[in-house]
Structure formats: C-alpha cells, structure tokens
Design a protein around this ligand. Structure first.
Ligand code: XMP
Length: 520
C-alpha cells in the first residue's frame, strides 16, 4: 500500500481517492505518526499532502529527515513539496507573486513523473510560499512564469516534489502524474478493485466472526445496506438486521428496504422490521421546537433498538456502516478534522450486550462503498440514493409532526423526485451528459404556513409545500439548483392536483449559508 501523510490540506482525502482510482490501496495518516510505525507498515510509496502553514516557521507541522531515507519513493505535494526541500537543505520563502488557479506549467517529460504528459500543461496552483532553491541533489523538472521550481526530483533516491496539486481535476494531466508515481515509480501492481475487496472482506469477516452472532442497525441508507450485504454474504443467518421504521421515511421506503433485505429478498439474513410509527407520532405530538424534535427522534431510536436487542439477547459483534471519511473526520485517520466528531464513530450504544465492534467499510470512500454495493447485487436505486437525514421527514415538516402532515410531505416529495429524475434522464439522453443543474440533494418540505387559495369555485385554506434542490460538493456550503422552470411548473401542478391539503408550492432559492439544506 501507499501511505498519504496529512499536513492538514483541504485536498487530503482527494489525494487518497485519486491513488485508489489507480487501483492502488492507500491510507491517510497524520504527520504526527511515528516514523517507526510508518516503517512497520512497509509502504511501497509515501505521499505528503498540502497544508495551510509555512514550513519555515517554528511550530509548523514537520516530518523527520529519516522519512526520506527509508528507501521508499516519496512524493511531496504543495506544502509537502516545500517541506521536503526545507528538510533536505533547499530554500522556501514567501513568494513574490502568489499563484492561485489554473496555471500553465512547463514540464520536463523525461522525468518518470511526467512520462506521457504534455510539455506545457495546465495545473492547479494554490500557494503563497515558493521553493526558491531546490535541495542539493535535486533537478528542477518543471517551472512556471512565476515559479522557478514547480517540480523537482532526485531520481536516485526516489524523491519527488510538486508545487501544484495533481489531485485536483483542474490539473488536466494530474491523474497521469499520480499514476506515474504509484504505478511506475513505486511499482504498485494496481490490484485494488472492488471485486477483490468484496471477496477479501467476506473472508476476513468469516475468520473474525467464526460462528458468532452479529447485530446491525439497518437504516436503508447506502452504508448500512452495503454493510448488511457484505455480512450476509459472509455469515448468512448469523447476521440479524434491525430496521426501525419510524414513520418519517420517504414514500414507500420502508417497503423498499424490506423488499431487498426482508425474507423475500435476495439476502440470507434475519430481518426484523419494527413498525414504530405510532410510537414516534405519539412522542412527537404537540412538539414544535426543532432541537426538541430531533432529540425525541434520536432517543426513541435508541429505545426501540434497545428493546429489540434485548429480545435477541447477547451477541458477539455489533456491526456499523462506518466509512473512511467518518473515520478521518473524527480525527482518527488524518489531520484536518479533529474539529468534528462523528456520530458513527466512538458513540457506541452501551445497552447492547456485545463483545466487539465490526466495521467492514471502515477503509472505503463513499464511491467505493457504492461500487461494492453494486458488486453485491444491491439495487441501483438503493446504492445511488441521495443523502437522507437520520431524523428523516421530522426535520422537513416545520412545526408539529403528525401522520397527516407526513402523508402530505411524502406524496409531494415523491412527485417532485419523480419529475426531477425524469427531467435529468431526458436531458442526459439527449445531450450525452447530465445537466449542470443536476442537484446533489432535492426534496419537498412542508411549511407550517396555511394560506387562502381558490380551487374550482371554492375557497381553500391549505398548506404550502416548499421545494428544495441544491448543488454542493461537501454539503457544508450549497447553492440552490437552477432547475428549469417548466420542470418546476409541472411539479407544482401535479402536487396541487394530486396531494390533498396543499394549495401553494414554493421554490427555496436560499444558499447555504445563510440557509441550511434541511429546514429544521
Ligand atoms: P444541513 O441542513 O445542516 O444539512 O445543511 C447538511 C447535510 O446533512 C444532512 N443532515 C443530517 N444527516 N442526521 C443525518 O444523518 C441529521 O440529523 C442531519 N441533519 C442534516 C442533510 O440531509 C444534508 O445532506
């Protein structure tokens, strides 16, 4: 495997993903990781990521000189490149001209890093410091108009430094460069594939679990579904999945989950569906404060799951659908996000009687989880499901939640999703690519507002439905998606005609910030 050493750069996970796209397995570690530990992992290559600091300042993240003497190829990117030069005796200082954005880079194509790359190639630059002098023993193999050392190499020692970001897609031939490093220079064979992942993981699960019992809370989301598929293939009926239908799922979603994982589905496992709708509606009656609602929904889930777990009795393993970004974001893997703690990591339920936790997707990125899901035969509809929050429709109904409101928002949302999906499909068929407005998340919400309308000859006094659709990369910031007006009009007219209790449809234009994606 290849090790990615994280110096806090915003693209650290992207570096790892790109490496895996070369069919090479890699993991992210913090720059604080002990050199002995790195050595013990016996990596085939090491990549140092970018970071926000200046390497010549006293308390900046650094690395031991020994890292460059392991006999393992090392590639430094941006901050990583500067650090490599700094540690090995080159000079890094504040750049007279700060480079940011797409930049033309002149490269020496005789360098193994740039094999097959054009001599003038567009790369993504983002730096305020620059390498003014390469370290002794290094040749300069790329430059730009403003940057004398855009890349340097010491081929004999297998050390390479790149000032720009090959992991960002704006670097037009970046993938080729990373491929050259991991497959060429490091000599990785490129055997990391999802079919081998599924096969190997099934084997590992069997060895670990033996004839023990495993319990999994299945939400119907991508991660827990793929975890269920993997475990089922490995251990069949030794796996019990508990699926809690809290009555706040999208239209027909409970039945769809049951179709795939229930007794008539394709997977061999024990499936327990708990229909807890009435319990939830009972607890939520009269509650209007958003945080209070979220708290009730969360706590009730624990209670319901606890009751089921008690019925099952002691299990050997509790399985969770934790994925790699959850691990990194919890500060366990990389550097950047000691900031956030993740609900999937750490907070283990203490009411379930189990010996050990099992997390079969712990090393996968989301797109890899999806590939594994397809490999396992989980339907595409489920594998490519858009994100859906744990509290479900509970945070898409403003104010009090009750069965009637749930039904309204379910029906309106189903129409909206159907029409948007149809429009996306038609556009894609006609143009050979998805539309630029294709939202990353889109749903209907029920406002708590009623207003006067007229239908036929009658006055109505009904609810307003809000349509939300956003374009976003990371869900931290988002723009409202420009869904074509005729699509929105079709949705509006269908909702008004088909959903009882609604007489007005609005489109939410708010970006995040200041809005959030959900409504509560
Ligand atoms: P907001 O509303 O914070 O949403 O802009 C950002 C993303 O997170 C999802 N979300 C949640 N997911 N439990 C979840 O599992 C939650 O409580 C929750 N709240 C928001 C939301 O759907 C969006 O993708």
């Amino acid at each position: 495997k290849v090790i990615v050493i994280d110096f806090g750069g915003q693209y650290n996970q992207l570096v790892a993903r790109r490496v895996r796209e070369c069919n090479v397995y890699c993991e992210i570690y913090s720059y604080k990781t002990d050199i002995a530990q790195i050595k013990a992992m016996n990596p085939k290559g090491i990549i140092l990521t970018g970071g926000p600091n200046s390497c010549y300042e006293a308390d900046s993240p650094t690395c031991s000189k020994e890292l460059f003497e392991l006999g393992v190829p090392v590639l430094g990117l941006c901050y990583g490149a500067q650090l490599m030069m700094h540690v090995l005796g080159g000079k890094v200082e504040k750049a007279p001209v700060r480079e940011y954005g797409k930049t033309e880079v002149m490269v020496d194509t005789s360098s193994p890093l740039f094999t097959g790359v054009s001599e003038n190639t567009i790369c993504w630059m983002s730096h305020f410091d620059y390498i003014s002098k390469a370290a002794p023993g290094f040749n300069i193999v790329a430059h730009t108009a403003d940057c004398p050392v855009a890349a340097a190499e010491n081929q004999e020692k297998g050390l390479f430094a790149i000032q720009f970001h090959p992991e960002v897609l704006h670097t037009q031939e970046g993938t080729k460069m990373l491929h050259n490093f991991v497959r060429g220079i490091c000599g990785c064979e490129g055997t990391w594939r999802m079919d081998s992942f599924v096969e190997n993981t099934v084997k590992e699960i069997r060895e670990k679990v033996g004839n023990g019992k495993v319990l999994l809370a299945l939400s119907g989301g991508v991660d827990s579904s793929v975890a269920a598929g993997l475990l089922s293939r490995a251990i069949g009926k030794q796996l019990t999945c508990v699926f809690v239908d809290h009555g706040l799922l999208r239209k027909n979603e409970g039945d769809e989950v049951e179709e795939v994982f229930g007794p008539n589905g394709q997977f061999d496992l024990n499936f327990i569906r708990v229909n807890a709708q009435d319990r939830y509606y009972g607890k939520l009656a009269g509650v209007t404060e958003p945080e209070h609602k979220r708290k009730i929904i969360g706590e009730e889930f624990i209670r319901v799951f606890e009751e089921e777990a008690k019925k099952i009795g002691a299990v050997d393993f509790l399985a969770q659908g934790t994925i790699y970004p959850d691990v990194v974001e919890s500060g366990l893997g990389g550097e950047s996000a000691v900031i956030k703690s993740h609900h999937n990591v750490g907070g283990l339920p203490d009411f379930v009687d189990f010996k050990e936790i099992i997390e079969p997707l712990r090393n996968l990125f989301k797109d890899e989880v999806r590939k594994a899901g397809l490999e396992l035969g989980i339907p595409e509809k489920l594998v490519f499901r858009q994100p859906f929050p744990g509290p479900g429709l509970g945070i898409r109904i403003i104010g009090e939640v009750n069965a009637e409101k749930v039904k309204i928002v379910q029906d309106a949302d189903a129409i909206y999703r159907e029409e948007v999906d149809k429009a996306v499909e038609e556009y894609t068929k006609a143009n050979g690519k998805a539309p630029s407005w294709m939202p990353n998340q889109y749903f209907a919400a029920l406002t708590n507002m009623r207003s006067v309308g007229v239908m036929g000859d009658e006055r109505t006094y009904d609810y307003a439905v809000a349509l939300r659709a956003v374009n976003t990369v990371d869900f931290m910031t988002a723009e409202s998606a420009e869904i074509p007006f005729e699509v929105l009009q079709r949705v509006m007219s269908r909702i008004i005609n088909e959903v009882k209790g609604v007489n007005r449809v609005m489109y939410d234009l708010t970006s995040k910030p200041p809005g959030t994606i959900e409504f509560e």
